[in-house]
Design a protein around this ligand. Structure first.
Ligand code: PNS
Length: 169
């Protein structure tokens, strides 16, 4: 039984995350998406909202071997708790690889039993990040194709004014 954890802030989940998740679900028997509950950060969506948005996307994609959970504290402790052997991270380019390598090496020191696996992002989503999408949404820009429709609706609900409204004199 090869179980992996796919951790992240997922504030909110994007098509890039979901592409990596679907590919991880083909590589491992079971994948647990682990949403970070970080008391130091003020996310746009609550932990429960972020979990729910991913659960809906997972159900829509029919990913039967994927579950969604949240965690706080050290990732490697959570990995140990759920009995996983791998951590999956998507990497969009060299800057992600540099940052993720340091994270993976620290995690390896903290728990040598957990291996980190990098999956290169689909080039279609290599520029997509939750932060950029929040910026686009806050300015009323279109989100189609970058997040699933239910996530776009959740983002748009946070900033109901459209781009057209903004440019009215
Ligand atoms: O989606 P993100 O924000 O890039 O995800 C980062 C995440 C959640 C993978 C990372 O911040 C994390 O693992 N945080 C938990 C604390 C931890 O274990 N940090 C690494 C060792 S110091």
């Amino acid at each position: 039984m090869h179980k992996a954890v796919f951790p992240g802030s997922f504030d909110p989940v994007t098509c890039g995350h979901l592409d990596v998740l679907a590919r991880a679900a083909r590589l491992f028997d079971e994948v647990v998406v682990a949403v970070l509950e970080n008391p130091d950060k003020q996310p746009l969506f609550t932990t429960a909202e972020r979990v729910r948005l991913i659960q809906v996307a997972v159900a829509e994609a029919g990913l039967q071997n994927v579950t969604v959970d949240s965690f706080s504290g050290l990732l490697v402790e959570y990995v140990r708790l759920v009995g996983a052997r791998a951590v999956v991270r998507g990497v969009r380019g060299v800057s992600d690889v540099a940052a993720e390598t340091m994270l993976a090496q620290m995690n390896r020191r903290l728990n040598p039993a957990a291996e980190t696996v990098f999956l290169p992002a689909n080039p279609e989503y290599s520029y997509v990040s939750s932060s950029l999408l929040k910026q686009v949404a806050s300015l009323g820009g279109p989100l189609a194709g970058l997040v699933p429709p239910h996530v776009a609706a959740a983002l748009q609900a946070k900033w109901p004014r459209s781009a057209a409204d903004r440019n009215q004199p």
